[in-house]
Ligand binder design. Structure first.
Ligand code: ADP
Ligand code: MG
Length: 679
């Protein structure tokens, strides 16, 4: 059927080769479908206005006749200004374009042109953003897409239009017709067309409304399908754990659990004890002590005769958790194993064997845990840390390895309870709201690049006292190579600026054992400044490192900045976190302000959700929520609720999506799954 063509790679489009495909992949665009559903984050309104209605500083399109030739003045290396006069009725204004000298050839005296730009009333001049030959300008709304250095706006527009021309008729509706009628939603073909080519703001708004519903609906259907495929529907196995044994763990801990931790442990124990399957979300700030709580759950399950599995998103985190948990549980006779992508073949086979025969009580690992060869003897408890890093399907794959196991998912990016219910289905929510006592609040500050002296002098002061420093560069998700380059440059700079210190680079592409080695040295105090990409984001625990400098901090989202900051403030000494940034956008400035002003993760998460929105490329992937492209879970919460209900009803009626009318929905879900495996 035609819908299959949609999922073909974009190389099926005329003139698109593997190089373009690779570039587009950096935007997450692989197929024609991805392209068609890659929506603008805003539109430039290219409606022309009469000059006397234009306000000072307004962005506007002005139409007129070129009155003079264009004059280009060079302003320095690669910098230039192109100017010409434009006549609008009886007035003449000045038009300037910066750094686009090639426009000169388009500007001929007497030609009718339209220029989109920012108008300065006093100077009667228009600072041009976009040059439009008058006849091109009929739609009035120019889409602006999120792009990066590999893909230019123009190229993207070109391919999207090509895809629309050739493939729009192949798009089939995903939302059932009745629902679309009831909620006055557009068909998918019209939605797609108008998202890319709205005639006016109103049309764009309506198209977006439909696009949001569609997106939420697909997500909620996926969730509803998973929930319903658990045929037992919430039935689990009661675990008869041994409280006397569990108390031994309490004696081994070097600290007392905080009140919040105790409360959560109690909630979990009640779940384990009950014959209902535990489905619990544990929310707690970085460093709030979720891991210990997880250890209690693990040990309890083990004393009841079950195995446990803990899945985390990165290798570093896996080996850190492994060490901690092994240290705690080994004296109690528990057998713990670590399984990641870099586990050696021989050891791996051994682990498979011992998981199957039940010798291993608890396994800690990365995605490696969901491989087919991993078979448990009696998996009773599944814990997923930083759960938003995993797709719905990946979580389920691990869960399926047990017989209705109890499930605990943990996150350091909390979201409001009501939202959690809508986004994660039927889950109970536990929270650790207060950090363990005795921690000094971290002092945070936002500094710009011309305040570097201050930052360096604080760094020197800390280093002189024997403390260690993290220097972090952003993960620019589009390109790992670029991340590496940034980190390498920073490494060279800091090596040069701090010649008496040991500076070491740690990045995501290093082999796992190399990373471990470096982290080991850092933990042992042998490294003074650790330059890292955001691989250190989660889980690293070095108390003597009490300062962090985050470069280009405005390229991170709030929650990711907060996560990073959570690496310090772990000892008894005063910690400092410096956010270095010269943000150009308002949202960048707002992020820097809010994250340097508060370190309450629950508060930040809320701010983050509110602020997150159109065009905010860097806030998205790092949040504690599934990634939505058009919808905003806070602002569009009501739509989310409706979509959830509709999805639940649909799945209740057609649990395997066998009805013909649900076929395109099924295909889209299948494609989504494939896409998830790609990352
Ligand atoms: P999270 O996983 O929530 O980010 P961790 O479990 O890694 O936090 O805990 C952070 C640090 O706090 C660890 O070093 C841990 O040993 C310590 N910790 C946990 N609970 C307590 C407590 N109740 N009192 C003192 N220290 C604690
Ligand atoms: Mg943790």
């Amino acid at each position: 059927m035609a819908i299959a063509d949609l999922f073909a790679p974009i190389t099926d489009l005329k003139g698109v080769g593997t190089k373009t495909a690779a570039n587009f992949a950096s935007l997450g665009i692989y197929s024609i479908y991805d392209l068609l559903f890659y929506f603008p984050f805003r539109y430039d309104e290219l409606q022309t206005l009469p000059l006397d209605q234009v306000m000072d500083g307004q962005k506007v399109m002005l139409k007129g006749i070129v009155a003079t030739d264009a004059f280009v003045s060079r302003l320095g290396y690669k910098k230039s200004r192109l100017s010409f006069k434009m006549r609008i009725d009886h007035e003449v204004i000045m038009v300037n374009f910066f750094n686009q000298p090639w426009l000169r050839q388009k500007i001929a005296v007497g030609r009718e042109v339209a220029v989109y730009g920012k108008y300065n009333v006093a100077r009667q001049s228009l600072s041009g953003f976009k040059f439009v030959a008058a006849k091109e300008n009929d739609s009035g709304m120019a889409p602006v897409y999120p792009v990066n250095r590999h893909v230019r706006q123009k190229k993207l527009v070109e391919l999207i239009n090509q895809a629309i021309t050739d493939f729009l008729p192949d798009i089939c509706d995903v939302v059932p017709e009745k629902v679309r009628q009831k909620y006055r939603l557009l068909s998918d073909q019209i939605t797609v067309y108008r998202m890319h080519h709205p005639k006016n703001t109103q049309e764009a708004k309506l198209a977006k409304r439909s696009a949001i519903f569609r997106e939420f609906f697909i997500f909620e259907t996926e969730l509803a399908l998973l929930t319903s495929s658990n045929a037992h529907n919430g039935k689990g196995i009661a675990k008869d754990y041994d409280l006397a044994e569990v108390n031994k763990l309490t004696k081994l801990l070097p600290f007392e659990l905080s009140a919040d931790q105790k409360q959560v442990v109690n909630e979990i124990f009640a779940d384990l004890h009950s014959s209902k399957q535990m489905r619990r979300l544990l929310q707690g700030d970085v460093g709030s002590g979720k891991t210990v709580v997880a250890v209690y759950a693990i040990y309890a399950a083990i004393t009841a005769g079950y195995q446990a599995a803990l899945m985390v998103p990165t290798e570093i985190l896996a080996s850190q958790h492994f060490k901690k948990i092994d240290d705690l549980l080994r004296p109690l006779g528990v057998r713990t194993a670590l399984l990641t992508g870099t586990t050696k073949a021989l050891e791996r086979r051994e682990i498979y064997q011992e998981l199957t025969d039940g010798t291993i009580n608890v396994v800690i690992g990365t995605h490696a845990l969901i491989q087919d060869k991993v078979i448990f003897k009696k998996l009773g408890l599944v814990i997923i840390d930083e759960q938003h890093r995993f797709g719905v399907g990946q979580r389920q794959a691990l869960i399926n390895k047990g017989n209705q196991p109890d499930i605990l998912v943990m996150t350091a990016t909390p979201i409001p309870r009501t939202l959690a219910l809508t986004v994660y289905g039927d889950m109970a929510v536990s929270e650790i709201r207060h950090l363990p006592s005795g921690r000094k609040p971290i002092i945070s500050a936002w500094k710009t690049s011309n305040q570097m002296d201050e930052v360096y002098s604080l760094m020197r002061k800390q280093l002189a006292q024997g403390f260690q420093i993290y220097a972090v560069t952003p993960l620019i998700t589009e390109s790992e190579a670029l991340d590496l380059k940034n980190a390498e440059e920073l490494y060279a700079k800091l090596t040069h600026d701090f010649p008496e210190q040991r500076v070491v680079l740690l990045h995501g592409q290093m082999p796992g054992n190399k990373k471990d080695e470096i982290m080991g040295q850092f933990a042992a105090g042998e490294i003074n400044i650790l330059v890292a990409t955001s691989v250190i984001e989660v889980g690293v625990d070095v108390a003597n490192a009490n300062m962090m400098v985050i470069y280009n901090a405005d390229r991170f989202g709030i929650s990711q900045l907060h996560q990073l900051r959570g690496r310090i403030g772990r000892g008894q000494t005063q910690s400092y976190c410096i956010f270095l940034a010269d943000p150009k956008t308002d949202s960048g400035k707002a992020r820097m302000k809010v994250v340097s002003a508060t370190s309450d993760g629950f508060k930040l998460a809320e701010e983050d959700l509110k602020m997150r929105g159109e065009g905010d490329l860097f806030g998205k992937a790092q949040s504690g929520l599934p990634e939505f492209k058009v919808g905003n879970v806070v602002n569009d919460y009501n739509t989310l609720r409706v979509a959830q209900q509709v999805a639940k009803d649909l799945v209740a009626q057609d649990p395997l999506l066998q009805k013909k009318s649900n076929n395109s929905l099924k295909q889209v879900l299948k494609y989504k799954q494939l896409a998830q495996e790609r990352t």
